[in-house]
Design a protein around this ligand. Structure first.
Ligand code: THG
Length: 368
């Protein structure tokens, strides 16, 4: 029996003990934390997400908090998406780039007050990055990782469950908008969001000592709808075309290559990190793009744990960055990060690491 020990280097989320008690069987590491991935029945976890409702411990989605007179200024410096119209209570999906225009994270930004923001981050150390940039620019802003951990409720029945807990006001939340609230004195924020396209909410727990209590409240309310356990679901996110920064990207990938160009505003001032590089990349035209792959056959070993070469005529033209069995398509599908010379409709060859060569068609994303 393999065991891991939550420590300062592998921090448990406030929902960790509940997830273990519910029978979590596999996990991933994200932001130096344990991300529960499965509870032993992936088919059920997928079908609960598609047809019912699931709850996920996504406490690994850490918040990088910017607080103080220059918080808004720093938020804009850190992101090439125009934030000038972002309202208090609104969230926005924002690319984050380095000075070379390379994507380093793709957080959701939440504006809590005029001078208080959270970047709800993907898997990379943005806390360091934000502090360094703020110090170099001599900004008056405090940067911290607050005690805030999201619990996701996803699926077509998620709204019913979340409304039964908080009231009908949650039904009026627009996508990525949120409201600060509390439940039995537990401080929370509730947002319409989540890393699936099946609808739902994320409940941001703002007191880590009350994780089990919140878990039990959601579980209890969900019982009526057979709420399932699970975690961010690879087949669904792939079918839905969601980006996983750090999996679908490497350390040379810019936002234009992975369909995030629409979130870049090139007219922003020059002090935005990466904006000059992004203008150059945009003018020259990105060299690669992200397309869908539909693999031939019903290969029994679809999982790709690392990138695999895509070739045409024996020449490498790109990489397959993920691959998974799609229950909806009954095919192995994946993403290609591939030369602009290759396009939708083309057939390519996957030089798979197990030596087998598999043909695949390039298609548009998202699949659904
Ligand atoms: N929720 C919260 N934090 C997060 C994630 C989350 N941090 C890590 C990671 N997920 C951030 N990445 C994404 C990627 C995609 C989306 C959300 C977060 C997403 N994209 C939609 C799409 O691409 O269709 C909508 C984007 C839009 O149009 O605005 O939802 O899930 N708290």
């Amino acid at each position: 029996m393999f065991q891991v020990f939550p420590t300062a280097r592998l921090r448990p989320s406030p929902f960790f003990h509940s997830a273990m008690a519910e029978g979590c069987t596999s996990a991933s590491i994200y932001n130096r934390m344990i991300l529960p991935a499965s509870f032993g029945d992936k088919e059920k976890e997928y079908s609960d997400l598609m047809n019912g409702v699931v709850m996920w411990d996504v406490g690994v989605e850490r918040q990088v908090q910017l607080e103080g007179p220059d918080a808004a200024k720093l938020a804009q410096i850190l992101s090439p998406r125009d934030l000038s119209k972002c309202k208090v209570g609104q969230g926005k999906y924002v690319p984050m780039c380095n000075h070379d225009g390379i994507l380093i994270n793709d957080p959701i930004l939440l504006k809590l007050h005029e001078d208080l923001y959270w970047f709800s981050i993907a898997d990379s150390d943005i806390w360091f990055w934000a502090r360094a940039i703020a110090a170099e620019r001599r900004l008056d802003v405090k940067i911290s990782e607050p005690d805030v951990s999201p619990l996701a409720v996803q699926g077509p029945m998620a709204e019913t469950v979340v409304a039964s807990i908080f009231g009908d006001w949650v039904r009026d939340l627009k996508y990525f908008w949120f409201k600060e609230t509390e439940l039995n004195g537990i401080p929370l924020a509730v947002q319409r969001s989540g890393w699936s396209k099946q609808g739902g909410f994320e409940i941001y727990l703002r007191d880590g000592s009350r994780g089990t209590e919140l878990w039990n409240i959601v579980k209890q309310a969900g019982l009526l709808y057979n709420i399932g356990n699970g975690g961010p679901t690879s087949p669904e996110r792939t079918e839905s075309g969601l980006v996983s920064c750090g999996s679908d990207t490497d350390d040379t990938t810019n936002p234009y290559e992975v369909r995030l160009g629409k979130y870049v505003d090139l007219n922003l001032p020059d002090d935005v990190v990466g904006i000059e590089a992004l203008r150059r990349i945009h003018a020259e035209g990105p060299k690669r793009h992200q397309l869908g792959l539909v693999l031939d056959g019903d290969s029994s070993d679809p999982l790709s744990f690392h990138w695999e070469d895509i070739t045409v005529g024996g020449q490498k033209v790109g990489d397959m960055t993920n691959c998974i069995w799609s229950p909806r398509m009954q095919k192995n599908i994946g993403y290609a990060l591939i030369s602009k010379k290759c396009n939708i409709g083309d057939t390519v060859v996957l030089a798979r690491s197990n030596q087998r060569k598999v043909n695949a068609q390039l298609v548009d994303l998202p699949f659904y």
